[in-house]
Structure formats: C-alpha cells, structure tokens
Design a binder for this molecule. Structure first.
Ligand code: BGC
Length: 499
C-alpha cells in the first residue's frame, strides 16, 4: 500500500477522548474480576458459607504454610471465569465482525451486570459459580472488542498509548477491587456480597458508554457502510480531510472481503507470523507469574506470616504500583518502542523472582513465618516485579496482537490471543495454590525460567511495530523480518524499509 501515512491528520477532540475512556471501562471490569476473588476467598464469612472445610483448615495453627488454601473447588471459584471467557471469546469474535465492536461492548456490559447480580445474591455454591461464568462471558466479549476498538480508532502516532488505556483500566480495576475488599472485610457477614455486587457500578458505566461511543471506521466499512465509515472517521479525527486514511481503510477492507472464512485463512502459512506472536505473547504474559500475585496476593502474604489485614493492605500497595507503572508504558511505548520495554522488563522480573524464591527457600519454613525485615523485602521485590510487568508484558500482551493482524484475520486472530490468555490465566488460577503447596519456594524459580525463555523469544522473533499503520503491517513488518518473511511467497517490495 503506497499511501504515505505522515499525511494522516488528526486532533484529539472531547468526543474521541470520551470514546477512549468509556471503552476502557471494559478493562476496568476485567481488572475488577481479577482483583476481587483473591480477597473474597480470604474472607472468613465467605469460606464459612461456601467452603467450611477450608475455613477449618485455616484455623489450624500448625498447618503447612504453603498448603493452607490448596483446594480445587476454591480455585474453581476463581478460575471458572476464565474458562467461560475462553469459550465466549470466539462468539465475541463473530459478534465483532458481524455486528461490530460497539454492540459487542454493549453485550459485554449486560453479562457483567447479570454476573454481579448472581454472585452477590448467591446462596448456593452453583449460583456463585454461575455468577462467575456470566462475568467470564462478559470478559470474553469485552476483552475481544475493547482492545480492537481502541486500536482501530487511535491515530497511528498514538496507537500504543491509546490501546494501553485498556491495560491502565485493568490495573485500576484490580486496585479498586483490592480497596473494596479491604473495606468490606470488616462488614460481617455479607462483606463479600458487597465486593462481588459492586462490579455492577463500572458495568453500568460501560453500558452507558457503549451507547455513546462511535462504531470504528474499519468495522463500518468492513460491513459495507462506507458513508457512515467516512463520517465516523471525520468525527474521531476532528478534521475534514480524512481521504488518505479512509482510502487505506477501503483498500484493507477490499482485501478482507475476499476472505470468506477468516478462521480458515488464519491457519494458512502467511497468517502464521502474527498468530504465533499473538498467542506466544499471551502465553508468556501469564507465565511471568503475574496472576499468582494478582489473584492470590492476600493469600500469598498470609503465607509469609502477615495477618489478614496486613495482607490486604500489601495487595493494595502492589495494586498502586501496578497502576502507576502503567503510565510509564503509555508515555514510552510510542517513543522507545515495544521491544525495548519487553526486554528491560524481562531483566527486572527475572531478578525480582529469583530473589523472592531465594529468600523463601532459605528463610520460610513450612510452619514458621518470615521476620519483619525479610517480609518487607519480599513485598518490595513483589513491587519491583509488578512494576516491570506493568510497563511491558501487561499492556503489550494486548497491544501487539491487536495491531499486527491484517483486517481479514483481525477479529479471528485476536480471538485466539484472548482465548490463549484465558486458557493460561485459567491454568494459573486453578493450579497456583496447588503448585505453591507442592513446589513451595521453587514456584518462583519455575516462573524465572519462563522469563528467560520469553526474553530470548523477543530478541529473535518479535518485530518492532511502533509507528507502523495497522493496515501496512504485512508489507512493512512481517515481510521485512529475517525469520517471518519466509512465510510469504513473494519478494518484499524494495522501496519499503523495515520499521
Ligand atoms: C493480564 C492479566 C493481569 C493484569 C495485571 C493483564 O494484562 O492479562 O492477566 O492480571 O494484566 O495488571
């Protein structure tokens, strides 16, 4: 595509800002769901009602530190959400292509509201799990549509930063959930109901937002609504002349229309590079071990010997670090690029995990607790780990898969990214407490090994996508990369430089 991207003009209008922020509430819902369950499963009232045996076990002073919470049903409470999200992300991909991004976001909010109702009102375990499943379907729909929406309406020079609003809201959601849990843990016996029910508030904001936001120009054009597509592009760019950018969207859509079966096309040789990258980034994102901390921070800190309240407070601290460090990414992603952020973070995460593993290995016995100084050092190390994840693998795990697929496989390819995230989030949610029980401190060495692998992956296989328009990725990124170009039959055009 010979169009010069530098001519794309845009202004940041109040309307476009509102669209970004309202859509990003989808991220807040995801984050709230991630953050709320760890605190809830640590609450005695909740355990007494649904998991009395675990509550009994927790009371035994001589219990093995690492195994207090190892229970498949309790882990299922946390993980069922991700299973539902995994399955629903494929339905969401269809909804995104056939109905558009905007209605898919609306459907997500409806599922979230239903999920909040069922979980907060649950009297039986199955209703509780049903509530989690409804939340999960909401996550499947929201996580498919929101990053694509943000990427498609962002001007190219700010695309990274705009997309990272999704992750910023994920981190805010986690923090809000931690704060809510901190407050509701003293409300007996129904604090947990308040925690789960409050998810309805951001869900309503998302619902209203989904009525206000625009549909994205590529989605309108893809569905044959060219006039509306041009009008939407003018509205979000805040300028009258959008011809060059619109022409590029039309070209991309024409190519996309020739593909009748996007999922079939996705498994063709030339679709492999973005697919492999999207899936790997998501799998690696989970194998950093981030969710061991996000879900189970309160439980983990109790394992270290903190009292219940101190543990909740420590998770608020890690939540704050998570939010504030995401701003670094918003600032840096379109300046220093994706690769450097990911690599820097690998080094920082590796050092933090190795140090945590070593301290626990040497100093935490099965029934004792860490002394105060060491426990504080572990909290600091958890913060340095979370910090580096927050400016790298967290946001870029969503950004890169949303920007590297060509139009014809974008929603289908992104569905694979979302579902890979959910499979491995599920695996960590379901297995972490058992792994902690069996592997003990070695669990941190297990994650460290993965961090090493993902660093090597970035060095050799991840191309830089900073500043490349999304509809030029094939020519300017994939066909220029020493490894990935082998997946294309034709020679790359000579006049195009690798970005
Ligand atoms: C990940 C979540 C994680 C969160 C932490 C997201 O990008 O997908 O699994 O809990 O970041 O901030």
């Amino acid at each position: 595509m010979a169009i010069n991207d530098e001519v794309f003009k845009s202004k940041i209008t109040v309307y476009v800002l509102a669209c970004w922020i309202l859509a990003a509430f989808g991220g807040l819902m995801f984050g709230y769901d991630i953050g709320i369950s760890g605190g809830v499963t640590g609450m005695d009232d909740f355990l007494i009602k649904f998991f009395p045996k675990i509550h009994e076990r927790k009371l035994h002073a001589t219990e093995n530190n690492y195994c207090k919470y190892d229970d498949q049903m309790l882990q299922l409470f946390t993980s069922s959400l991700y299973l539902a999200a995994l399955v629903s992300s494929f339905g969401a991909s269809k909804a995104c292509s056939i109905l558009g991004r905007k209605p898919t976001i609306l459907m997500a909010s409806a599922f979230f509201i239903a999920g909040a109702g069922f979980s907060a009102g649950a009297q039986q375990k199955w209703v509780l799990i049903l509530g989690r499943i409804l939340f999960g379907i909401g996550v499947g729909f929201g996580n498919e549509a929101v990053p694509l929406f943000l990427t498609e309406i962002a001007p190219v020079q700010h695309r990274g930063a705009v997309n990272i609003l999704f992750q910023l809201f994920v981190t805010i959601g986690i923090l809000v959930a931690n704060l809510v849990n901190y407050g509701t843990s003293v409300l007996h016996p129904n604090g947990w109901r308040v925690s789960l029910g409050l998810a309805a508030v951001p869900a309503f904001i998302l619902l209203i937002g989904s009525l206000i936001i625009t549909e994205t120009p590529p989605s309108l054009v893809e569905r044959g609504k060219e006039t509306q597509g041009r009008a939407a592009l003018k509205k979000i760019r805040g300028v009258d002349n959008v011809d060059a950018e619109f022409e590029q969207i039309i070209l991309a859509c024409e190519q996309a229309r020739q593909v009748q079966k996007p999922f079939k096309k996705l498994f063709k040789r030339e679709s492999m590079p973005p697919l492999i990258i999207a899936v790997s980034l998501q799998v690696f994102q989970q194998f950093t071990g981030i969710n061991a901390i996000m879900f189970y921070a309160p439980v983990l800190f109790q394992t270290l010997g903190f009292k219940s309240n101190a543990s909740l407070l420590s998770s608020v601290i890690t939540g704050l670090v998570n939010v504030s460090s995401t701003f670094v990414s918003i600032y840096a992603v379109d300046k220093v690029g994706r690769r450097k952020l990911l690599l820097q973070a690998c080094v920082q995460m590796l050092i933090s995990q190795l140090a945590i593993g070593w301290i626990l290995h040497v100093h935490l016995t099965e029934t004792g607790s860490l002394d105060k100084t060491l426990a504080a050092i572990v909290v600091i190390l958890v913060c340095t780990f979370v910090m580096s994840f927050a400016w790298s693998w967290g946001p870029l795990g969503w950004l890169i898969p949303s920007e590297t697929f060509p139009m014809e496989t974008r929603t289908a390819g992104f569905a694979f990214a979302v579902s890979s995230n959910m499979v491995f989030t599920f695996v960590i949610a379901q297995a972490f407490l058992s792994m902690l029980c069996h592997l003990q401190s070695y669990i941190f060495f297990f994650f460290s090994a993965w961090i090493l692998v993902m660093g090597i992956f970035v060095v050799f296989l991840l191309p830089e996508t900073k500043g490349v328009p999304i509809d030029s990725m094939v020519e300017r990124v994939w066909k220029q990369h020493p490894v990935w170009k082998k997946f294309f039959n034709d020679e790359p055009p000579k006049n195009l430089q690798m970005a």
